[in-house]
Design a protein around this ligand. Structure first.
Ligand code: IPM
Ligand code: MN
Length: 353
């Protein structure tokens, strides 16, 4: 195959982990005889500083013309505590999602056996947890009508039937490919938007008779995720609930630095880690590159390159088993490896495989 990849390193630790993702992508392409080219583009605070726009038109063009986007992270503390800032790095990410029509965000929550003790939950609770959170990504409060003055502010949580149908279809299809259990997460006891979600899910469920579909309020789902994470197979939810639940999900595995994600929809798909830009770690070579590297595995799998994805996953597992790990997951007394060293070890594993 030929891959044209748009690379958006962004802010904070983004550029450091981006390099590792690109190196792994290149190593796998070389191994399997694929051709790959990269085009780099600005986004986030970096783009605001350089051209005054967190998602410049040029970046959009590069993304639109690529087969896939390898995205890293955006965000900078200088904007976080300034509610008056007119432009923010996060707007770049939101603009990318909206302009590329990336309505389906697939966030797998998986555990690694050798890291079970790193989980804030008891190992016996998390062992075997393996679920997908499907988060609607271009609707709801993030994009609904907004208003703000000094006395009043609101965000509108609006969803239309077609928006709900298309994301539920994605969710039912994933459930069919997995353990055939779908949990629709909403707040239908309070919110009208949630009631429409639930109604449409109930209309669609009979078309997927093999899927066991259940409905759970979001507060209850947040509790169930830590009480019994193995309960879930595929969960689907709206944008805001999905944002919150996937942060919760990502820490189950023991480190936020481990989980990748894919955003798909109408145009070029985007592959990115779940974690943010961790500005405090910028330039220190301590950020875990595994979430970014596993995003590359998801990229290959998206294009049905299963062996390529599997090789990356094997390489990641092998690095963990060999205790080639960044500090936050290293064993006591284990050697110290940084972002670059972990990435280089994985590239080497792929070359030799
Ligand atoms: C995420 C992030 C983004 C979101 C931010 C950076 C806008 O938290 O991808 O989960 O809220 O969607
Ligand atoms: Mn988030």
């Amino acid at each position: 195959m030929e891959f044209k990849i748009a690379v958006l390193p962004g802010d904070g630790i983004g550029p450091e982990i981006s390099v590792q993702g690109v190196d792994v992508m290149s190593a796998v392409c070389e191994k399997f005889g694929h051709k790959v080219t990269y085009e780099y583009a600005l986004c986030g605070a970096d783009a605001i500083d350089k051209v005054g726009n967190p998602f410049p038109d040029e970046t959009f063009e590069i993304c639109k013309n690529a087969d896939a986007v390898l995205f890293s992270a955006v965000g900078d503390p200088k904007y976080d505590n300034d509610p008056t800032a007119k432009v923010r790095p996060e707007q770049g990410l939101l603009a990318m999602r909206k302009k590329l029509g990336l309505f389906a965000n697939i966030r797998p929550v998986q555990t690694f056996k050798c890291l079970l003790h790193k989980s804030p939950l008891r190992a016996e609770l998390v062992e075997g947890a393996d679920f997908l959170c499907i988060r609607e990504l271009t609707g709801g409060m993030y994009f609904g009508e907004k208003y703000q003055d000094n006395e009043m502010a609101y965000d509108t949580n609006k969803y239309t039937r077609p928006e709900i149908e298309r994301i539920l279809k994605v969710a039912f299809e994933y459930a069919m490919k997995r353990r055939k259990h779908l949990t629709v997460v909403d707040k239908a006891n309070v919110l009208a938007s949630s009631r429409l979600w639930r109604q449409i899910a109930q209309e669609m469920a009979p078309s997927y008779p093999e899927v066991r579909t259940d409905y759970m309020f979001v507060d209850n789902a947040a509790m169930r995720m830590i009480q019994e994470p193995t309960f879930f197979d595929v969960m689907v939810t709206e944008n805001t609930f999905g944002d919150i639940l996937t942060d919760e999900g990502s820490c189950i595995s023991g480190s936020m630095g481990l989980l990748p994600s894919a955003s798909t929809g109408e145009s070029t798909p985007v592959f990115e880690p779940i974690h943010g830009s961790w500005p405090q770690a910028k330039g220190k070579n301590i950020a875990n590159p595994l979430a970014q590297i596993l995003s590359v595995a998801m990229l290959f799998e998206h294009f049905d390159c299963k062996a390529e994805g599997a090789l990356i996953r094997r390489a990641v597992d092998a690095s963990l088993d060999a205790c080639v790990r960044t500090p936050e997951i290293q064993v006591e007394g284990g050697a110290s490896y940084g972002t670059k060293e972990v990435g280089a070890w994985i590239v080497e594993y792929i070359r030799k495989a």
